[in-house]
Design a protein around this ligand. Structure first.
Ligand SMILES: [Zn+2]
Length: 83
């Protein structure tokens, strides 16, 4: 169950100090542990392979490119630039 720590203690998972007032996961007879313990957190998603770009990302990149062109105003040599 989740309780508010009343005493300072040490998290059995990560070894970090638990301060009084922190939310901890505790079961009678076991030491209190962080409710969101960094040691118990799921492993971060593996890095995406380079070159593998999602469709949403392509659209976002295109929008960013357009924004740069509109905002900059320095693309005077660009044929389709009209303002
Ligand atoms: Zn912990």
């Amino acid at each position: 169950m989740t309780i508010t720590a009343k005493y300072a203690s040490k998290c059995p998972h990560c070894g970090q100090t638990i301060q009084p007032g922190e939310q901890v996961e505790w079961t009678r007879g076991t030491p209190a542990a962080h409710t969101r313990c960094p040691a118990a957190a799921p492993v971060a998603a593996p890095a995406r392979r380079p070159g593998l770009v999602s469709a949403a990302e392509v659209i976002a990149r295109r929008k960013a490119m357009v924004r740069r062109r509109r905002g900059g105003g320095s693309f005077l040599d660009d044929g389709d630039w009209e303002y």
